[in-house]
Ligand binder design. Structure first.
Ligand code: UD1
Length: 416
């Protein structure tokens, strides 16, 4: 199994290019199921999760034609197998995003339940509830969701909690439904708006994406389109943390500060300085960071996907920070690993109290989930000596060429 070996203590400096957003690419690729015409996507990140989804779409009868490294054309004209089997779905929860489009386009879908996940129970009851409100008949049997609907009907849906993929599934389903769907308590994440922009290019009639009430006027059919995926704000935030933790100065291009307010504000509180251009962000870190407390919540508040990386920078900051996780019930698995590097962290329920220490020391650690792995990378870069991070297949799900990008910033990082 591949490991990432990092010799810490080097201040990061230089420039790297940020990839397209994983969490936008996944729903947007699923949108190709909604039309028989060709969709062409660019700025596609080269990630394991993207390959998994393309394999899943191919199994359904979608023609997948890569066009170079970051472009792919999909054609779902021959879509003949509206099902997503457990083997692929269990490796990636976001596979649930095929449910809404399959049902809307084929009138039926059979999708495996994503099952348990390391960071929490993560049920999909809201996806099901929304589709039922639109007239779908849904049975859950032997670990599969069986959904049927001749044609979905527009409905008013208010989700019990803010769910990102739930909102995305419902928008896609509603695009081909008869009449108007109103989604209340919708997720406001920029990736939801990116999906809506792509659907609009295909001829969907959607308003309010990016707010908590989204209205979709269903249309009879959608057409093919070209679409460029937005930059990855979580990858951006992760490299900002890596630079901050090492007292570095980096420029990240092909990205935008537009969706990073909560992250940039916290890094400024920690003492970092920024130069923001239209499509690039430059960060200059102080010699020692100040601790920053935070609480995760749906966008535009602080993202849960950046919680672990901020935990890592607080480990080496001056002061005491409280980090409160409100989205997932089991998202502190990085704590035990950070402690192996010498971090001083105490857990009280869904709060972590982090006391900054003068320095971390390298050790062997284990990646437990995608963003937890990213926090170990940030901490390892700041630590003295060598850290070996095991199970980095988690990192490959969401970070393109991480070892190469870190090396380009001067880090001593290699994959073995
Ligand atoms: C998406 C992101 C993930 C991010 C998360 C929260 C993608 C592919 N993934 O995941 O990176 O960490 O948003 O920002 O975009 N819930 C239910 N029932 C449901 C749906 C959700 O109880 O039917 C709960 C979940 O267990 C969780 C909370 O709602 O506690 C938010 O989950 P949700 O926004 O759905 O996360 P994902 O869309 O899976």
């Amino acid at each position: 199994m591949d490991k990432l070996v990092i010799e810490g203590g080097v201040s990061l400096s230089g420039e790297i290019v940020i990839s397209g957003a994983k969490n936008a690419a996944l729903p947007i690729l699923c949108a190709a199921l909604l039309t028989g015409e060709t969709m062409t996507f660019s700025n596609l990140p080269r990630l394991k999760d993207v390959t998994t989804l393309l394999d899943l779409l191919a199994q359904m009868g979608v023609r997948v034609a890569p066009e170079g490294e970051r472009r792919v054309s999909l054609n779902a004209d021959g879509l003949n197998n509206p099902s997503a089997l457990y083997d692929l779905v269990r490796t990636m929860r976001a596979s649930i995003l095929v449910l809404g489009p399959l049902l809307a386009r084929c009138g039926e879908a059979r999708v495996s339940l994503p099952g348990g996940c390391a960071i929490g129970a993560r049920p999909v009851d809201q996806h099901i509830k929304g589709l039922q409100a639109m007239g779908a008949e849904i049975r859950v049997e032997q670990g599969y969701i069986h959904a049927k609907a001749k044609r979905l009907r527009g409905a008013r849906v208010c989700t019990d909690m803010v769910t990102v993929t739930g909102t995305e599934n419902l928008i896609m389903a509603a695009s081909l439904a008869e009449g108007e769907t109103i989604i209340e308590n919708a997720a406001r994440e920029p990736e939801v708006a990116d999906l809506a922009n792509c659907l609009a290019r295909m001829g969907a009639r959607i308003s309010g994406a990016g707010t908590d009430v989204i209205r979709v006027q269903g249309v009879e059919r959608l057409s093919g389109a070209e679409y460029a995926i937005m930059p990855d704000r979580i990858e951006t935030g992760t490299y900002l943390c890596a630079a901050a933790a090492t007292g570095g100065k980096v420029r990240l291009s092909n990205t935008s500060a537009a969706y990073l307010d909560a992250i940039i504000d916290k890094l400024m509180d920690a003492g970092c300085e920024f130069d923001l251009a239209r499509d690039a962000i430059t960060l200059q870190a102080p010699a020692r960071l100040k601790s920053v407390s935070l609480r995760t919540a749906p966008y535009p508040a602080f993202p849960t996907d950046m919680q672990a990386q901020f935990m890592a920078i607080n480990c080496v900051a001056d002061g005491v920070a409280t980090i409160r996780e409100t989205i997932f019930e089991n998202r502190f698995m990085h704590v035990a690993e950070l402690q192996r590097l010498g971090a001083d962290i105490q857990i009280e329920g869904n709060n972590a109290i982090v006391r900054g220490v003068a320095g971390l020391q390298g050790a062997n650690v284990m990646a437990t989930d995608l963003r937890a792995s990213a926090s170990l990378v940030v901490a390892a870069l700041a630590a003295r000596g060598e850290t070996r991070i095991d199970r980095i297949y988690h990192l490959d799900r969401g970070y393109e060429n991480m070892a190469e990008k870190l090396s380009a910033l001067g880090a001593k990082a290699r994959r073995i």
